[in-house]
Design a protein around this ligand. Structure first.
Ligand SMILES: Cc1cc2nc3c(=O)[nH]c(=O)nc-3n(C[C@H](O)[C@H](O)[C@H](O)COP(=O)(O)OP(=O)(O)OC[C@H]3O[C@@H](n4cnc5c(N)ncnc54)[C@H](O)[C@@H]3O)c2cc1C
Length: 374
């Protein structure tokens, strides 16, 4: 079985790793588009604090978070230890006691189906500041013990390397879907046909243009996210929790070596406009410094830009395409793709190889099926 995986962001790299582990001959192709979401993502793994109430979304996101530690351990067993992953917990900031109570109760209710979300506890403003020193002193919060963070760039690169060690071949360039009599024939790359029995479109925000020539209208749009990196110098930030300030959707994530990531903008309708804008920088700084004034004296490092792949709803688009044998779509992971990506990639691999997927993909059907009973 020869599988062509198009896109080596978190979804494609995970798919290539899973499929090559299942014995498939894998070709992993990437066009190196500027704005790959995986290279910009903050890396928060904490789906239990999300306001998304859709049951299939939750089932996928919670299962993905549950499986993360085992994936990280498997990669470590292959020598891939530098992926920026650590279970550091998270502080969901509250606006007053009633809000704190509501956040805690919601988390405790979700813990009945997702015990891996771990300890849930009220934290005073002083204790929150002890855990994440740049915070203002009155930022009371609810602590979520199971939350983690990961470096998307490093993880995707590690997964791709692991896939190569399992026999996958990596190719650079823009792939064009090749069809033959209603089924995939492979992809065209630099004018040549790279043959495959199946193709996984892990093409992120670019999925619409990848599939359009085949007459398939998969409704995925790019949503620009600008995100800032700030250094706190020699401060040991390696165990600081993720900070989730609530309504604004902005957050802060600490990595090793004094690096704090603050963001992010959510610019719906941006298209593929790969730019850092004054308005984006102002929004990030205003939100971050209002909650964590202690960041003001850090050193500005860089701002990254990524295009989140947004489907028509919040659900990912994941599974076989009806009427095109051998074609599987795996995209639309939106703002939670670093959380769901490894599992989504692995499910896409199973679907492409004709194996029963470990999770029901019906709710994630990328395109409506043909008319008639389903
Ligand atoms: C600022 C920001 C912050 C985020 N924070 C978080 C977070 O904290 N937690 C979380 O879970 N998620 C987060 N996300 C979301 C997450 O980053 C994305 O959902 C996820 O990375 C999407 O992965 P992907 O593999 O689908 O797409 P991408 O990473 O965009 O990869 C798609 C790849 O496909 C390639 N490609 C496209 N078309 C072709 C073609 N025709 N031929 C060859 N290659 C092609 C591109 O070059 C690209 O490399 C964030 C995103 C952004 C932008």
């Amino acid at each position: 079985m020869r599988l062509i995986v198009v896109g080596s962001g978190i979804v494609g790299a995970s798919c290539a790793y899973a499929a090559s582990g299942l014995g498939a001959e894998v070709v992993l192709v990437d066009a190196g588009q500027p704005g790959r979401a995986t290279a910009a993502g903050a890396g928060i793994i904490c789906p239990w604090s999300s306001r998304v109430a859709d049951p299939p979304w939750r089932a996928l996101a919670y299962a993905a978070a549950r499986e993360y530690p085992a994936l990280i351990a498997r990669l470590a067993g292959l020598g891939e230890t530098d992926v920026g992953y650590r279970q550091v917990g998270a502080l969901a900031l509250a606006e007053g006691e009633a809000d704190q109570e509501q956040i805690r109760q919601a988390l405790l209710a979700r813990r009945t189906v997702a015990p891996e979300l771990g300890d849930v506890a009220d934290v005073s403003g002083a204790d929150a500041q002890r855990l994440f020193p740049p915070l203002r002193a009155d930022a009371a919060a609810v602590y979520i013990g199971g939350a983690a963070r990961v470096d998307g760039r490093k993880l995707a690169a590690a997964l791709a390397r692991a896939a190569v060690r399992q026999g996958a071949v990596v190719r650079d360039g823009e792939a064009h879907l090749a069809l033959d009599s209603g089924r995939v024939a492979g992809v065209r790359l630099d004018g040549d046909l790279v043959e495959g029995d199946a193709v996984v479109a892990a093409t992120g925000a670019w999925t619409r243009s990848f599939l359009q020539p085949a007459g398939l209208a998969v409704p995925v749009e790019a949503q620009r996210g600008q995100i800032m990196h700030i250094s706190l110098g020699n401060v040991d930030t390696s165990r600081w929790p993720v900070v989730l300030p609530g309504a604004s959707g902005h957050y802060m994530v600490a990595f090793d070596g004094g690096r704090i990531v603050a963001g992010a903008t959510r610019e719906t309708g941006s298209g593929f406009d790969y730019r850092i804008t004054p308005a984006g920088l102002a929004e990030i700084l205003e939100q971050a410094l209002a909650v964590a004034p202690g960041l003001a004296d850090g050193t500005y490092l860089e701002t990254r830009v990524g295009f989140r792949p947004m489907g028509p709803g919040l659900r990912p688009l994941l599974g076989p395409v009806p009427g095109v044998a051998g074609l599987v779509v795996a995209t639309g992971l939106g703002a939670s793709g670093l959380t769901m990506g490894p599992l989504a990639g692995s499910l896409a691999a199973q679907a492409a190889l004709g194996l029963p997927p470990a999770l029901d993909l019906e709710p994630f059907a990328p395109l409506p099926g043909p008319p008639g009973p389903r």
